[in-house]
Design a binder for this molecule. Sequence first.
Ligand SMILES: Nc1ncnc2c1ncn2[C@@H]1O[C@H](COP(=O)(O)OP(=O)(O)OP(=O)(O)O)[C@@H](O)[C@H]1O
Length: 590
Amino acid sequence: MAGKKREVQLQAVINNQSLWDEMLQNKGLTVIDVYQAWCGPCKAMQTLFRKLKNELNEDEILHFVVAEADNIVTLQPFRDKCEPIFLFFIEWQIIAKIEGANAPLVNKKIISLINEERNIAAGKMVRPQYHEIAFVDSDAEDTGEASNENVDKVRNIVIIKPEAMVTGKTIEIKEKIINGGFVIEAEDTRVLTETEVRDFYSQIVDQPEFEDFVPSMTNGLSYILVISQDNKQELPHEENVPNPETEHKEPSEDQHEMATPTVMKKKWDSLQEYLERQDISQFCDVEENVDNVNKLIDIFFPDFKSMTSLKLERILALLRPDLFREKGEDVLNIIQDEGFKILMQRQIVLSKEEAQTLCKEYENEDYFGNLIENMTSGPSLALVLLRENGLQHWKKLIGPSTVEEAKDNLPESLCIQFATESLPINQLYGSDSLEAAEREIQHFFPLQSTLALIKPHVTHEQREDIFNLIKEAGFDITQMKEMLLIKEQADKIYFKIVKKDFYKDVLEMLSEGPSLVMVLTKWNAAAEWRRLMGPTDPDEAKLLSPDSIRARFGRSVLRNAVHGSSNSYEAMETINKVFENFVPANTEAN
Ligand SMILES: Nc1ncnc2c1ncn2[C@@H]1O[C@H](COP(=O)(O)OP(=O)(O)OP(=O)(O)O)[C@@H](O)[C@H]1O
């Protein structure tokens, strides 16, 4: 009972308009936790509020209230939201708003406003001219970094031309775009139709050379990307601004440096400008006009709007070695229960440099040395997670970076749940922003290419189904051509079995019609493609891997629908023979 009484005193309940009007008479600072009747006030913040009230309220200038949005007209814009919202009320005005249970931020805000109130009362400062904040009823205003997303995001469409595709430039271009701090929101490889080429180049269709240009755009695969840049990105600190003199410098072959989370926060004037500076603008064309971009998104990515309204976000998460070893399974279960889809996962023993980059925020702590030793002592688990509002949700789920901070403010966070004796830090890591996530994913899950083949017996309809499976599995089709595989060509692909008795049957089967030969690219492509193909014998595939391509489209061991390189080394060799001039992605074999 005593505890309950304390709780009532901590936050006065405002659940109708007249109580709200009464509250407006409060002296000092009032912190309003806006809630909905159906999801209740934010419990996670009560420990912090209690602590602050004990520490700061001797002169009774700090008040906490919970206010029910459904019954108070002023709070109408906050109805139908379950994300906690905190309003800061001083002198008849709401002067600040924080969305989400961001304890450190709320803590800082309260302390600074109370200090200000005391200085004003002591005559040390004049009350500032407050500007009451406007409440906007917008779903885009959701939380933290995502607020005003549509206003602050600039989208461009980029087409990487067929002539660049055949040399494998796509991978380099994509890497540079990500390293420039841009986000690839959608991507697709396809042979453009004439109409699509005319739509994309609508500004130059009247030029005399245009008709000669069209075939060069329809004679092979193009790569189409929707790329966004966050207008709100702050300019980097002085030391992080890339030096224009050294900006073009490529890393050496054996140098796989991890981009630090802050280095790339450069706000470019435009994507076009950035591509030019990187010497890659000749391989691709950019559409920047907002109306044209929207029109082209509808043409190339009809599902884009519904996808982005879901705010599906990809992030990198990491379980540090102690946690992964002792409670990895438990954490993976929680991740899935929280609605995250695990797109990729791998165990990785971090290098010292990688550990230092990931632990940069602790570098001034006396335990930093131990931390680096611990981080490099055994495998961590790196994960790529996908979820609606993934970035914010993961941050909230794992809590702040140290146990100390989490203990007071977020006792239910994974930081506290999985705290260890050995180190006072959060055993889980997550990307800081979507831009950082893309760079970290690229670092921990480097791209690799493999050679894939669809055999002649596969019908056109089945090919389409296979393309869909390939795309759903996250592969880029980086290169593709139809080939009638006569012996000379077939030997390049099947060099491992040319001496086998059944090879003549393979040659006969391949001579029945054109095969479709492709380069597929994603992290761990060779192994992932073999997993998607399934066992060699379709009957075995039906038993062991019923969703695999061979189980679904294979007819016999010989006519088993598809082929793939055995490993990344074989892939490199074969791709070089079949697609001359093509530079495949293969960081593993480099
Ligand atoms: N005993 C056999 N009789 C007839 N054809 C066979 C036989 N064994 C393999 N093949 C054919 O030769 C291809 C290559 O054989 P290999 O042993 O390299 O199989 P794999 O590595 O599982 O499959 P792939 O190389 O096609 O991805 C198989 O995909 C299959 O079509």
